[in-house]
Design a protein. Structure first.
Length: 178
């Protein structure tokens, strides 16, 4: 995915669900300022170790999704992410970043997508891997999707067939946006 975005030296990078740091490892060679967040404690440790191995500060990786970054709005040039699909949202979670509507608590896909838009600089670019359903689900998600499209955030959708990832058999897409 790094090839889709083409990071430049000196840019800022963020992965809001950095897992074990796959995109961090990919983007480090471009000499960008790296930040990330990860809720899973074990994956968070791996991401922090990857930062240390590359002489970067592990303090740039925070232990959460969505709850950090109130002061980071529009702070990043590049966002790459493969968030957990269809994660449930806690009922009490503040959604200050959901400018196009609060997604259903049963599925955080549109929460991640809106969070990426919220965190991206005005001329930034992002690519996020999300399940195929994000393009077709109805209700609140349809309304959010319509607003995102109307505001011209999406620049490309790259379809990935079923079986591309070991952990799921569902079809996925890379949503590229600005």
């Amino acid at each position: 995915m790094g090839n889709i975005i083409q990071a430049q030296k000196g840019e800022s990078f963020f992965d809001p669900a950095c897992g074990s740091g796959e995109f961090i490892s990919e983007i480090i060679k471009n000499q960008v300022a790296i930040s990330g967040s990860e809720y899973d404690v074990d994956r968070l440790k791996i991401s922090k170790m990857k930062m240390l191995v590359n002489d970067l500060s592990p303090s740039n990786i925070s232990p959460s999704y969505f709850t950090e970054g109130h002061n980071l709005k529009k702070n990043f040039d590049i966002i790459l992410s493969n968030p957990p699909f269809s994660l449930k949202i806690p009922f009490d979670m503040e959604m200050h970043f959901c400018m196009y509507g609060k997604p259903p608590t049963s599925n955080a896909d549109f929460a991640f997508l809106q969070y990426c838009i919220f965190m991206l600089k005005d001329n930034g670019r992002a690519a996020i891997i999300l399940p195929d359903g994000i393009l077709f689900r109805e209700g609140k998600e349809y309304e959010i999707r319509k607003k995102i499209i109307k505001n011209n955030h999406i620049s490309a959708i790259i379809y990935l067939p079923k079986g591309m990832f070991k952990t799921t058999a569902i079809a996925t897409n890379i949503i590229v946006f600005k």
